[in-house]
Structure formats: structure tokens, C-alpha cells
Design a protein around this ligand. Sequence first.
Ligand code: XUL
Length: 524
Amino acid sequence: MPSYFLGLDSSTQSLSSILIDLDSGQIQDDRSIQFDRDLPDYKTTNGVYRHPNGDVVHSSPLLWAEALDRLFQQLKKDKLPLGEILAISGSGQQHGSVYMTGNAEKQFREMDLNGSLADNVARVLSRPTSPVWMDNSTSSECAEIREALGGKNAAVAATGSDLFERFTGPQIRKFATEEPGAYRQTGHIALVSSFLSSLVAGQISPIDFGDGAGMNLMDINRLTWHPLALEATAPDLRSKLPALAGSHTHLGVVNPYLVLKYGLNPAAKAVIWSGDNPCSLIGTGLVKPGMTAISLGTSDTLFGAMSECKTDPRGEGHVFGSPAGGYMSLICFKNGSLAREMVKDDYGLDWMAFSKAIRETPVGNDGKLMLPWFDPEIVPRTKAGVHRKKLDKDDIPGNCRAVVEAQMMSMRLHSDWMGDTPTRIYATGGASANQEILQIMANVHNAPVYRQETANGAALGAALRAAHAWTKDTFGDADWEHIVAPFTQPDLESVFTPDPQAVDVYESLVKIYATFESDNLNGG
Ligand code: XUL
């Protein structure tokens, strides 16, 4: 008897789903809807609306809701066994926030079947758009909350991270200050993950410890809302936030709206959603401390499970709750696929030509370097600006190699606080399909890189979380390693092994890169 679990991932540019069968250990279906391409009426560019000054970046909760309808329509049309799914969970781009009136709870419990999901959501939005993780417009709010918490170190100790522009607390403060009327009208604030979790569950969903830690509002040690952080952020904030809950929490059965419209199993469990990075941690099989993964998405992230809460003394990295219990460390580099795509598009290349350019250039690029800060960068924190050293802007292959080498060297430099150098790296995310990028990753980090069957580790992680929560609920216990193992075995045919000569080249180059970076950060 198959046992089906569905994982969804609402990321910056797409909504993906993965259907797994826990019995056979197989992925049954893996698909995506691209926001710009498949829902053009929303007029997004790379999934977002960017203010001309570049700092304000929003997206649309209606778009996310409509994508969910579209996806279920496709799954139904393609006759996937929706009526047999035992549990559903999901993953959302982190930090983004959705603002709804006090009527949202009633609306979600009694959804209008004649309207789409987006129609139902439109009735309860108190803010038409949602700031997302790419938004960089809250520096003054960050400074104010940081000061109220007692400075950077105190903020890191309290919430697991220094104040960051994209984190939800500073975003809420900005909204409350700039639009106090609309803020007062807001009865519920959700994260992208808890918003979509609410739609699937047909009730206001709690926020899980993984995604909750990306708000600068959660006490990272106690896993409760942090009273001082709430007070420093906005008035009456506690009453607008849902409960915090463990990532295994199930919220009852799925929304009858989805059962009636798409034929979902009425007994399927709706399991709380989490952030895309905590879900990718599970989707790459990192349920025990000591392994590192790199996700190459719109942003690049480097993360690993930790047994205890160890924070970054420089305040660049983050600690989030791990869905497998304990904690995870994470560093987020904003100029991930964003920067690779900029270089590719600037020179009118496709990905084949981009890869060919890398193959045809020497390891270390003859010392040609780039600081690829096409957008304001998160790590290291700096304004937008692409800087080149010994590298001509017209040197097309040189620029292709330089952007990837820079990304990998930056990851290596800024992840040293996590402890031991990795002995194995698991790669996921769209760009993990690119062999040239993974070979540079292996050489710069001097560790073998393993690639998995699906590049969509976040959706897989969500499906595995659903399977884990259902198993725990049904049998009283569930072993994480047992659940993830069949799905997260790396593809042994595609291991990228470090080349000793290349490792030597990067050993020296990374020092030169570090100086180039710090000179630029210091205005040099
Ligand atoms: C993590 C971060 C991004 C988003 C987008 O802190 O900002 O990785 O989760 O995927």
C-alpha cells in the first residue's frame, strides 16, 4: 500500500510540489509553477515588485494563493492520487509577511467555494502587498530595535540574529510607523509559510520555530515570543501574532475547500509549514549535526544542523530552529542566482554558454576577481556595487568564472564561525544542476560535493516533514533518519571531488579575495 505525502514550496520565483511515497521511498511527482511565466497577470519580475530605488521589494499574497489553486488544478488534471494523500506540509520563502484583518480566521474557516483562493484572501488583506526577504528598506528600524534590545550582541543572544532589514520585525515596525491606520486594521500578521499553511488548514496557522527565528521577535533559547523585542517593534504586536509551535505540529485535517474542489483526502492532515531553509535542511537529509549543505537559489544559503544554539560573533549568520529538533545555522548570500543571472543576461548568454565559458577559463581565473554585489548584499552587509580587480568588464568568460568563484570564496570566508571545515557538502537548489558551479564549490571548500535526485530540496523537505509528523501522530514515534534516508541518498554518480591542484590555487586566492573584499567594505 503506498503512503503518499505532499510537500509544497512557495519560493521567491515559483511554487513547487513534490509527492512522495514513503513505502517505496520514491518521489512520485516533482513540478513547479513559475510566477512570471505562468501567472503573467500579476506582472512580477522574478516573482517580485521592485521599487525603482531597489530597496523596497514586495510580492503579492494573492499571487501565492492563486498559484496554489493552479497547482492543485494541475495535480487533479494529471490524475495524481490526491484522494490518498495522508498529510501535506509546505515551505515558504523566509521573512516575508502578510497582513490580514481580524476577519481572516472566520474567512479561512468558511471559504467561499464559488471564489478562488485568491478571491477569498482578497477579502481579508489589510495591506495589498507583502514585503519579502529581498527588501532592504528598514535600516533605521533595525537600528532602533537593536538599540532597544541593548546592541548587536544582545540582539544576537536574544533572537539568534542581529537585526536584518529583511527580517519580519523591522518590516512590521516600518509598516506600523508609515501606515498606522492600516496597521491598526491588521488583526493577523503571518509569514509566507504560515499564510499558506492557514489556507491549507482552513484556520490561522501557528508559526514554527524554524521560520519564527527569522523575525527578530522570537526568544531563540526559550522558543517563545520575546516580550522586549515585541515591545521594541510595534504597538499591540502580540495580539496580531499567532502562537509559535514545533515543526511537527499538525493542525487537524485539510481545508474542506481543497477537498471539495480538488478531491483531496478529507482525512489528510495539514501539517504546519516552515521556512524554505529549515525545509531544505530536512530535504538534504541533514537531520543530525555535522554536515553542511549549500542551496543555490535566488539567494545562496549555507547551512547545517547544530546540537546547541551557537551564534555568529560577527552577527552575519543566523540560528534558526531545526525541524528535526535543536538548531540550525544559516548564512544567506543575497546575490546568488540573482548575480549569476545578471552576468548571464548582461552578456546575452544562455546557461550552456555560461558553463562553457567557465570550462574554458583557468582555475583561479588568472587572479581576476569580482565582488558580485549586483543587489545590496546581506553577507557581508553592503550596498549594491559590482567591483572588479584585474578583470575587464568586456571579458565575458572571465566574468562568468569570476562571479561563481567569488560566491564560493565568500561562502568559505563567512562560514568560519560555524566550526569545523565541512568534510562533505550537499548541494541543492535550481543551480545545483550546473556541474561547473559544483566543481568550483568542491575545489574552493576542499570537500566533496554531493548532488541529490531533486534540486528542489525545500519541497522534498516539506513532504518529509509531513511524513514525519503523520508517522509520529499515528504510531507515537518517528525516526527522522529512517524517514529521510531513502529520499536523500546522494547520487553517487555525480560526486564532485576536489582537485588538489585547484585546492592549492584557491588556498592562496581566498586570501587575496578577503583583502579585496575588506578594502572595498572599508571604502578602498
Ligand atoms: C534566508 C533568506 C532567503 C529566503 C529566500 O535568511 O533570506 O534564503 O528564505 O529563499
